[in-house]
Design a protein around this ligand. Sequence first.
Ligand code: ATR
Length: 282
Amino acid sequence: MKKLFAVLGDPIGHSMSPLMHNDLFTHYNIDAVYLPFQVKPEDLGVSVKGLKALGVGGFNVTVPHKSAIIPFLDGVDELALSIGAVNTVVNEEGKLIGYNTDGPGFLKGLETYVTSLSEQKILLIGAGGAARAIYFTLAKSKPVAVDIANRTVETAVQLVEECPFSVPSKAISLDEANKSLDQYDLIIQTTMIGMYPKVTEQPVDLLHIKQQALVCDIIYNPLNTQFLQEAGQKGARIQNGIDMFVYQGALAFEKWTRISPDIQRMRENVLKQLGGANYVNW
Ligand code: ATR
């Protein structure tokens, strides 16, 4: 019998996950379908119950449900629980177990560029949900330091205080970050600033960055944000948000099927969907 997989979000129309996972199911000859469902916050509980009753194989959860889903699950793994957000649910013998593959997905994508995190001094820009997943995951890998720059410094202070893994960290303002950018080996932009349609915005200027620094942006529309373009012009290596998106999906697929999917195939599929152009009109 065909297995059901899904993604729950609101809105959900722009999700590229169905395309990515359906292609993998076909490629690996798995009799399954992955469907997007627009679920209003007040319907989340009943939707999860319904999926469980239907014997869903697993599903993804996206904005705005990543935290709200937790009480409706039968179990949540330790990292996802500490992050307070689930993006992947696996039906494990009738029990719905939640995981977070956003942070680990980012880390996997980073491995192509950085061989050892233990020598990296890292700056995260932003202190929202995406920053939290990346911060806690990076903190577990014991880098030299992970500082957090945010418009609202108190939010960054709170994030540092809530991190369950011990790593040297300080919370700073965007202005302070601007002045100290050249201290960092790895700079990760985690806000939505610069995303389509406001493509000319960027959270900090990149006046003084370390030569050979790696600058990452989690945005993938456009593929190369203003922020990344400027970093590239200053001589930094750059990484756009495609890797994080593809690897979070790959880790979810692996949890559902025990197959490590072909990353290059997934990347090409997503790039094709994005039109291969730098700016995409959604
Ligand atoms: P997500 O869960 O997608 O990470 P979020 O929780 O809304 O999104 O977090 C958004 C992040 O972008 C926050 O760090 C936010 O800064 P504040 O904590 O000060 O709100 C940051 N952000 C959003 N718009 C911004 C802007 N115009 N300038 C600077 N930072 C901004």
